[in-house]
Design a protein around this ligand. Structure first.
Ligand code: AHR
Length: 517
């Protein structure tokens, strides 16, 4: 008997040490007393475009729908978005913004013209969801609107009148039209973007031409009493540093923010297959995360250019489209960009959000593409059914960072290598909230090795630590309408206070959120 127990004990010992041997070793210093920068809550923003089923079916079901709604807007979706404290939503596009004429979307809905959404699937856009409906949606969610205006195919007058329509309290033509359409009080429009992807679907412009157009359109965006517009210039795609250089050199004085778009594709081609959202191996796990973390280098380089013209960092870098982009779900409309969302997407979200937090001095807003049923969404709907995705849960786990003070951190981590390439194996950011609680969000990008973390909290200790983890044994795990709870955060106990900090072991392929009080 003793021999059997000894054999079992020896086996357990070897199993445990084998696990320990496979874990990576990483050290982290968090400067608990050195926070100066606020992480803008707007980093946790969303993007909703007239594309596929983001607006229609995702948000808007109409007032006659049997799906529970408030003035045509889905109650389940609003409730889910409120839970993750969505601070701001960008609308109506994307590429759609530069073919959207806002007057088509106001007034009695039966009188609104039906148009063709030429960019996204060639489907009929009946304009039943317009300015009033979007503003109602924002009020129900409790978030700010970020309106993207039409530079590509719209006039200066049209943009000027839209701003007047939304924000003026005067006895003026557009404010009176708004009143006639049922809204007396002006709305607040704190953010207005002057065109989208003007280097591409928004007009194929040169940066010099766009810079002039930005200044021209922007001149006529008025700050009506009670509303101050934060003006976002169309910025670069990925590593187009010349675009940023030209915009900053020519229009820095007129802008409050400049955008950046970066998508993470497992197979980086825009024409051929981008890779499946759910059927992939470690090669595409790695390449997607490599694409995701590459945004840090882009932010550094765009910021360095901005620093030349704006050393005090008054102009925000607005990452108003980001996320993973795969082949559409089999059988779905290729123009609708509907894709499933797995544990891989949770890691993409966690790494991106950590990077944005760590660059909070410059990154003042980010809008993941997109909120519902499109690309890396928070929510998927199928008629009356609704599920939330792993990405949704990451946003939920990261909510304590919103408007908290960023704590500088230094991470020395082992690389995650695959196929001769390597990326940092761990991602982290930390913040302290007004009550003094410290929140640390960590991602272990390695799908096969746990990550041991030794963390020192410099300049501050805490008495309790608790955590939650999002992980699974399989990197393709995702939620479905049949099994909506396949992947959701669980309590995390593999963390202990140690010295003036803590030690923890992150499971392979996991997102962990810790709270230290
Ligand atoms: O998010 C989908 C599309 O990607 C947007 O409409 C466009 O701005 C970008 O190219």
């Amino acid at each position: 008997m003793k021999t059997i127990i000894a054999a079992i004990a020896t086996g357990l010992f070897f199993a445990a040490s084998a696990f320990a041997a496979t874990a990576t070793t990483n050290s982290l210093v968090i400067h608990a007393d050195a926070g100066t920068t606020i992480i803008s809550k707007n980093i946790y923003g969303q993007f909703s475009e007239h594309l596929g089923h983001c607006i229609y079916e995702g948000i808007w079901v109409g007032t006659n729908s049997e799906i529970p709604n408030t003035r045509g807007i889905r109650n389940d979706v609003v409730a889910a978005l409120k839970k993750i404290k969505v601070p701001v939503v960008r609308w109506p596009g994307g590429c759609f913004a530069d073919e959207y004429h806002w007057m088509d979307g106001v007034g009695p809905s039966e009188k609104r013209p039906a148009i063709i959404n030429t960019t996204w699937g060639g489907v009929v856009e009946n304009n039943h969801f317009g300015t009033h409906e979007f503003m109602d949606f924002c009020e129900q969610v409790g978030c700010d609107p970020c309106i993207c205006g039409n530079v590509g195919s719209g006039s200066v007058q049209e943009m000027m009148q839209w701003v007047e329509y939304m924000t003026s309290a005067a006895d003026s033509p557009m404010a009176n039209l708004r009143r006639q359409n049922g809204r007396d009080k002006p709305w607040k429009v704190p953010f207005f973007a002057v065109g989208n992807e003007s280097w591409g679907c928004g007009g194929n412009m040169r940066p010099e031409f766009y810079a002039d157009n930005f200044k021209r359109y922007n001149t006529f965006i008025k700050n009506y009493p009670g509303n101050k517009v934060y003006r976002v210039a169309c910025g670069a795609s990925d590593g187009d540093y010349n675009w940023t250089e030209v915009l900053m050199a020519n229009a820095a004085k007129q802008m409050n923010g400049i955008s950046l778009h970066h998508y993470s594709l497992p197979i980086p081609t825009w024409s051929g297959s981008k890779g499946s959202a759910t059927q992939f191996g470690e090669d595409q796990w790695f390449s997607t995360l490599q694409a995701a973390v590459s945004i840090e280098g882009m932010i550094d380089k765009h910021s360095a250019i901005m620093d030349k013209y704006d050393p005090k960092k008054k102009i925000g870098l607005i990452v108003d489209e980001w996320g993973a982009w795969y082949d559409v779900d089999p059988g779905s409309n290729p123009g609708f960009l509907r894709q499933q969302n797995t544990l891989r997407d949770a890691l993409v979200a966690g790494c991106n959000l950590n990077i944005f937090n760590n660059h909070a001095e410059r990154v003042k807003m980010a809008n993941i593409a997109q909120a519902i049923n499109v690309l890396q969404s928070m929510i998927l709907t199928d008629k009356e059914k609704m599920i939330v995705t792993p990405t949704y849960y990451v946003f939920e786990m990261f909510t304590p960072h919103q408007d908290a003070t960023l704590l500088p951190s230094e991470l020395k981590c082992e690389d995650y290598s695959f196929g001769g390439k390597k990326i940092p194996g761990v991602s982290v950011s930390a913040s302290v909230d007004p009550s003094g609680a410290i929140h640390v969000t960590l991602c272990n990008l390695n799908p096969t090795r746990a990550a041991n973390i030794n963390c020192e909290l410099q300049g501050g200790t805490r008495k309790n630590v608790s955590g939650r983890v999002l992980t699974s044994s399989d990197m393709t795990t995702h939620n479905t309408f049949e099994q909506p709870d396949n992947l959701k955060p669980e309590p995390f106990n593999d963390v202990q206070l140690a010295g003036n900090g803590f030690t923890t072991t992150l499971p392979p392929k996991s997102v962990v959120a810790l709270e230290l009080k």
